[in-house]
Design a protein around this ligand. Structure first.
Ligand SMILES: NC(=O)c1ccc[n+]([C@@H]2O[C@H](COP(=O)([O-])OP(=O)(O)OC[C@H]3O[C@@H](n4cnc5c(N)ncnc54)[C@H](OP(=O)(O)O)[C@@H]3O)[C@@H](O)[C@H]2O)c1
Ligand SMILES: [Zn+2]
Length: 363
């Protein structure tokens, strides 16, 4: 079967590779892949910034956002049937205390593997085999949107963790700023809007801009930070209760640290992949953080629970704003052979969610 492999740490190395079609062992299911979403992580890996091949291979199959359909079940698999839609998670645990508890997204030792990223082949291929522990059932009516479960799970985790940590005090946030209006920023925007917050979504591109229009279609306000800075926005809003950071732009991140309101939270999800240094008003930031009981935390990846809540929330968002999530799918590339077009689509300023359509979706 075909797959798209990259040679880790080598720029622009994506190429077609041939793998044996896997057969499910006892306790595994064989899944035919329908489509795969690709994102900045796949782009970074193809730019040679990170990525690790599985043991015994000199390439890594990309892709960590998938939707598939079960084609065969191995002995001992009871809760999956041929024809079921499946989404599989990304991270596979090591044996650290958190991984043993099913919280591999909180891995302590860092010896986890990740499909399509670190030491384990991903989903840009035709089939995979997996254990049900790492698979989620998708109802037929959600199949069109299910490839969004992975990126949504990242936003789900960050937001759920903020509420959980804030159980340390009375916290009923009324407003939120989402920095970044890419796939992650928009999904965080929709989740926060669905919770009823007044949301301001920020990026540098001026309107008219599809990403800004989608944020506004959910009732959020789109702010172009070239016209209104984060600091100016905070003055307009008043006490800033929550910031979900989805740019990785360090200048903006430190500006965010300085403007969080009292009892406010800054959730850092964006990754900074350059080696920028900055001059910052460190004393003033620390003083405000301490005196205002402010919280800053990082969040990476998501475990099965957040994939499950992502599925529920995607259904909820679809009900609240019909068709909105579908508008995230800006580029559908047909077939693995067209992988170059898929990576090119990621470079296109007008792209939000790029998918590679691998096999037909059952009707
Ligand atoms: N923590 C995790 O587990 C996890 C998982 C997935 C992704 N990520 C990271 O999360 C971030 C967002 O992911 P994504 O897929 O949504 O990426 P993306 O599509 O590249 O979106 C980035 C967004 O940030 C905006 N932006 C960039 N620099 C900015 C600046 N200085 N000021 C204001 N806006 C700025 C961009 O819009 P303009 O160009 O218009 O400014 C764009 O809307 C990335 O850093 C990604 O690596 C983290
Ligand atoms: Zn671990």
């Amino acid at each position: 079967m075909k797959a798209i492999g990259v040679t880790p740490m080598q720029a622009n190395s994506a190429h077609l590779v041939e793998l044996d079609k896997p057969t499910p062992a006892v306790g595994e299911a064989l899944v035919r892949i329908i489509r795969v979403g690709i994102d900045g992580t796949d782009k970074d890996i193809n730019e040679g910034k990170y990525g690790q091949a599985p043991p015994g291979y000199d390439f890594l199959v990309n892709g960590h956002e998938s939707l598939g359909v079960v084609e065969q079940v191995g002995e001992g698999v009871t809760d999956w049937q041929v024809g079921d839609y499946a989404v599989a998670t990304v991270r596979r645990p090591d044996e650290c205390p958190n991984c043993l508890l099913g919280e591999s997204d909180m891995c302590l030792w860092g010896n986890y593997t990740e499909r399509g990223i670190k030491g384990r082949h991903g989903y840009l291929t035709e089939y995979y085999v997996e254990k049900p522990d790492f698979m989620l059932h998708v109802p037929k009516e959600m199949a069109d949107l299910a490839v969004l479960m992975e990126p949504t799970s990242v936003a789900e985790k960050g937001i759920a963790q903020a509420y959980r940590i804030q159980e340390r005090l009375y916290w009923q946030p009324k407003n939120a700023i989402v920095t970044g209006a890419g796939t992650l920023g928009l999904l965080a925007t929709f989740l926060l809007r669905a919770r009823g917050l007044d949301v301001y979504t920020m990026a540098r591109t001026p309107m008219p801009y599809l990403n800004g229009q989608l944020a506004e279609a959910s009732g959020a306000h789109y702010v172009n930070n070239k016209e209104q800075s984060l600091t100016a926005l905070a003055k307009q809003i008043g006490n800033v209760d929550f910031i979900f950071e989805a740019t990785g732009a360090s200048q903006l991140i430190f500006e965010a640290m300085a403007i969080i309101g009292n009892d406010g939270v800054l959730c850092l999800a964006g990754l900074s992949s350059s080696s920028n240094t900055l001059q910052i008003p460190a004393d003033a930031i620390n003083m405000e953080l301490v005196l205002g009981n402010k919280l800053i935390f990082g969040t990476v990846n998501a475990n099965r629970r957040y994939f499950q809540s992502a599925l529920q929330d995607l259904a909820n968002i679809e009900q609240k704003w019909p068709g909105l999530l579908g508008r995230l799918f800006t580029h559908r590339i047909q077939g693995l052979d067209n992988f170059a077009a898929a990576f090119a689509a990621l470079e296109d300023k007008s792209s939000i969610k790029v998918t590679v359509e691998i096999s037909p979706q059952p009707q």
